[in-house]
Design a protein around this ligand. Structure first.
Ligand code: SAM
Ligand code: SF4
Length: 345
């Protein structure tokens, strides 16, 4: 390690202009997916060319830079991370850092490939996974994901459970789609001891003929409905993320609510996102970004450049997103042109 690199590491703090300590990196390893969820992407989605996507070696270099500067948690996401070839090798590369700086290595997945990979994920350092699932009804599952088979996901979840992975379910709340089965869904999570987090749909990328306004369900409203059948108690638990948690009296699970639209949570943001092309997005809902692929592929690449630019990117983190739905005017404010599948959820 050169003296210059050592000096950069001495300033071991990633603190943004709003005094938020950044400790969490979400890395999207692919924009591709084996599903086509209606709120996420259009049916005919255009994906990146392979050469635009960072190699795992490039992603690894980037992760190491972040870990050296104080990132404690890395979540691998996508697109569907488990459809990228060699994904387990990538976890294997990152695993040794769990004993030196990195505290958690985790993953968000749609669950379709978990049956194949659950054991290997566990043996490569992953102890918890977030599985996205919006319904327990096969027909609705097909309607939402266009391509999926619910049974594959349920078997995947069972395999993850058998592999000792702790599971949290992420569920996008969709008006007139899954709002009539929320109680069943919660009971299923209670029976299986899965924490459950609800998410409001966010205006990320064009989704074809669908409109997010039609199916937007405010989680304030959903929470009120849930409270009529379950005894909820707000708790101060924080995963360091945007969710506000309640416990359901009489059960051991936590219920999370991620409400970017009905309640802005940006003041406690601790994360940054790198998409599959190596572009770092300082905020899910803003266009500020820094292109690390350029830096990584520069013929005169050096580690100190990488570290300087990571710090620079944190200094440019904006205060908050500008998402806003105006139902009276059928208008969506703060919409982002990129899809959630590029940056990861
Ligand atoms: N494919 C994986 C999955 O579905 O879990 C990982 C990537 S996916 C983009 C991550 C999360 O983003 C999922 O929980 C998904 O439901 C959520 N998501 C996708 N598009 C969204 C949107 N427009 N608004 C809110 N959540 C969205
Ligand atoms: Fe794929 Fe996840 Fe987007 Fe669904 S939400 S289309 S599973 S990336």
């Amino acid at each position: 390690m050169t003296e210059q690199v050592k000096q950069l590491l001495d300033k071991n703090e990633l603190i943004d202009p709003f005094n938020r300590q950044i400790t969490y990196l979400r890395l999207s390893v692919t924009d591709r997916c084996d599903l086509r969820c209606t709120y996420c992407m259009p049916e005919k989605m255009t994906f990146l060319n392979k050469r635009e996507v960072l190699t795992f070696e490039e992603m690894y270099k980037l992760c190491i830079g972040f870990i050296h500067l104080g990132i404690k948690k890395i979540r691998i996401t996508g697109g569907e991370p488990l459809v990228r070839k060699g994904i387990i090798d990538f976890f294997e590369m990152l695993k040794p850092h769990l004993s030196s700086g990195l505290e958690e290595l985790t993953l968000t997945t749609n669950g379709t490939q978990l049956r194949k990979y659950a054991d290997e994920l566990y043996s490569n350092g992953v102890k918890r996974v977030n599985v996205s699932l919006d319904t327990l009804d096969q027909k609705k599952f097909k309607q939402i994901t266009r391509l999926g088979n619910l049974q594959d996901v349920l078997l995947g979840i069972q395999a993850a459970k058998d592999a000792n992975l702790k599971i949290k379910i992420n569920c996008v709340a969709l008006k007139n789609i899954n709002d009539d089965e929320i109680d069943t869904f919660i009971n299923w999570c209670i029976e299986n001891d899965f924490d459950l987090t609800f998410i409001e749909t966010m205006p990320m990328g064009d989704i074809g003929n669908e409109t997010r306004l039609n199916h937007f369900l405010s989680l304030n409203e959903l929470k009120r409905t849930i409270s009529s059948n379950f005894e909820l108690e707000d708790i101060s638990f924080s995963s360091g993320g945007p969710a506000k948690y309640s416990k359901i009296n009489g059960s051991s699970i936590k219920l999370g609510f991620i409400t970017p639209l009905s309640h802005n949570f940006c003041s406690s943001c601790n994360r940054i996102r790198v998409d599959a092309t190596g572009v770092l997005h300082q905020c899910l809902g803003q266009n500020n970004s820094l292109d690390f692929r350029k830096i990584l592929r520069n013929s005169s690449y050096n580690d100190s450049d990488l570290l300087e630019n990571i710090k620079k990117s944190i200094r440019q983190k904006p205060e908050k997103h500008s998402f806003a739905y105006d139902f009276s005017k059928a208008h969506i404010g703060g919409k982002m042109s990129r899809h959630m599948s590029l940056t990861g959820g």
